[in-house]
Design a protein around this ligand. Structure first.
Ligand SMILES: Nc1ncnc2c1ncn2[C@@H]1O[C@H](COP(=O)(O)OP(=O)(O)O)[C@@H](O)[C@H]1O
Ligand SMILES: [Mg+2]
Length: 243
């Protein structure tokens, strides 16, 4: 088990955002996290790499345990961040660096890896996301879909054990969504991925399991065919628009 979450609770001020989440992920799984806006999907991802502290329960990711009320700046989070990659919506590449430099920065500075080794890996990742010839470009010279593919390659360049993606396609035009989703489809299985998404075709076709989050609770957790076509909960049935 690469991720284990038990009784996870989190409030923002007086608002209970996560109300006791129990979930696990096996290595190599692709989890699609769906649910209405405000359900707590982003908060859940942020708790998994310590960007948000939480109030109760336990979180274990890639062999590292997090306790409630751990500050996002706590030193014990550094090894976690090295093992957990994150791609946010509209994520900020460093605008003054080339694509290649964006990929190489963290492995060089955080892990002190030799330049030659990192660059080799970075170039092969750029090939993998279909941008092998754009290594010298600045982010602003790329389309939104290309930037998002660079952001994915950058996260992968740290060789994470887990990759968290928060609505990686939602700010993109439809045609660019396809190119980003196809990169994720190719990655599925090689890296454990949790993807918050509204792309149900992707969830059905690629995910090993679908989680439905609603009002801070995990109301469905199962294979896509079961969760999408035959959900147990009323909330999920209405979310998927089924009768
Ligand atoms: N930093 C924050 N401060 C206060 N409230 C927040 C903060 N982040 C999220 N929330 C609230 O927590 C709830 C869940 O947010 P979020 O996890 O972003 O949901 P989702 O990603 O499913 O749309 C929402 O009601 C949101 O307004
Ligand atoms: Mg969100």
């Amino acid at each position: 088990m690469i991720i284990s979450v038990q009784g996870l609770r989190k409030a923002h001020g007086a608002r209970q955002v996560l109300r006791g989440i129990d979930a696990f992920v096996e290595k190599g799984e692709t989890i699609a996290i769906v649910g209405p806006s405000g359900a707590g999907k982003s908060t859940l991802l942020r708790c998994l790499n310590g960007l948000n502290s939480f109030d109760g329960g336990s979180v274990e990711v890639a062999g590292i345990s997090l306790a409630p009320h751990t500050s996002p700046d706590a030193p014990q989070l550094l090894p976690l961040r090295a093992r957990v990659g994150m791609v946010f919506q509209g994520l900020n590449l460093f605008p003054h660096l080339s694509v290649l430099e964006n990929l190489c920065l963290a492995p060089r500075q955080v892990r002190r890896e030799p330049a030659v080794q990192v660059e080799k890996r970075a170039r092969s990742l750029l090939e993998r996301v279909g941008l092998g010839d754009r290594w010298q470009s600045r982010p602003a010279q790329l389309s939104g879909g290309q930037q998002q593919r660079v952001a994915i390659a950058r996260a992968l360049c740290m060789q994470p054990e887990v990759l968290l993606l928060d609505e990686p396609t939602s700010s993109l035009d439809p045609e660019m969504r396809g190119e980003v989703l196809s990169v994720l489809r190719d990655l599925a299985g090689s890296c454990t991925m949790l993807v918050v998404t509204h792309e149900m075709t992707f969830a059905r076709g690629v995910a090993s399991r679908v989680w439905v989050l609603d009002e801070g609770k995990l109301v469905e957790d199962g294979p896509p065919a079961q969760v999408c076509d035959n959900p147990r909960s009323e909330r999920a049935r209405s979310f998927f628009g089924a009768a």
